[in-house]
Ligand binder design. Structure first.
Ligand code: ROI
Length: 179
């Protein structure tokens, strides 16, 4: 993986001063097939070993039913915090590489999956392109994203959106278990 070009700033909200060429990003992982805990552990291992990525923190596992009452086993979800010198598209390529390696199938929309990696936040950058929307477009509606994110970064301010804590206050949290 390559390294990102220089940026105009070196401190990202919520983070300590770092290497000029790297920033903090948050990735949400979810699985409801083929031993979800192993799927997530395996994906974390590959992420951490990728060049240009350092795994800093990982939330607890959270268990929830599939969204929209879709049929299928319960999901396990986590959020991890990384330090990365990859640019946003390189990071997306890496996430999709991991999904492909773990045989993610995409045939049914909202269907079950072995592994899903979503870039939630990338420093304080906003991306709205065909391939990438950051902050992740659905994150504020998903307790299985916001709860683990809050566990590892409670004071987080989401670009465009505002304080993470305020988003969580607007969500129904009875349908999810920290395990
Ligand atoms: N439902 C839950 N509970 N967790 C997920 O990670 C998840 N991921 C998805 C869909 C199919 C929307 N449902 C989910 O992609």
């Amino acid at each position: 993986m390559g390294t990102r070009g220089q940026r105009a700033y070196e401190i990202v909200s919520g983070g300590a001063p770092r290497d000029f060429n790297s920033l903090l990003a948050f990735i949400g992982l979810g699985s409801n097939l083929d031993n979800p805990r192993n799927q997530i552990d395996q994906a974390l291992l590959v992420l951490d070993q990728a060049s240009g990525v350092e795994l800093i923190q990982v939330s607890s596992f959270y268990r929830s039913k599939p969204l929209l009452d879709m049929p299928g086993p319960d999901y396990l979800n986590i959020v991890c915090k990384i330090n990365t010198s990859l640019d946003a598209l390189e990071l997306l390529d890496l996430c999709q590489h991991i999904e492909n390696k773990q045989h993610r199938v995409r045939d049914v929309r909202w269907g079950s999956r072995t592994i899903d990696l979503d870039i939630l936040l990338y420093g304080d950058e906003v991306h709205q392109t065909e391939r990438l929307t950051i902050p992740h477009s659905e994150m504020i509606n998903r307790s299985f994203v916001l709860l683990p994110l809050y566990e590892i970064e409670p004071a987080l301010e989401l670009p465009i959106i505002g304080p993470l804590k305020r988003c969580l206050e607007q969500l129904e949290l009875s349908d999810i278990d920290k395990i």
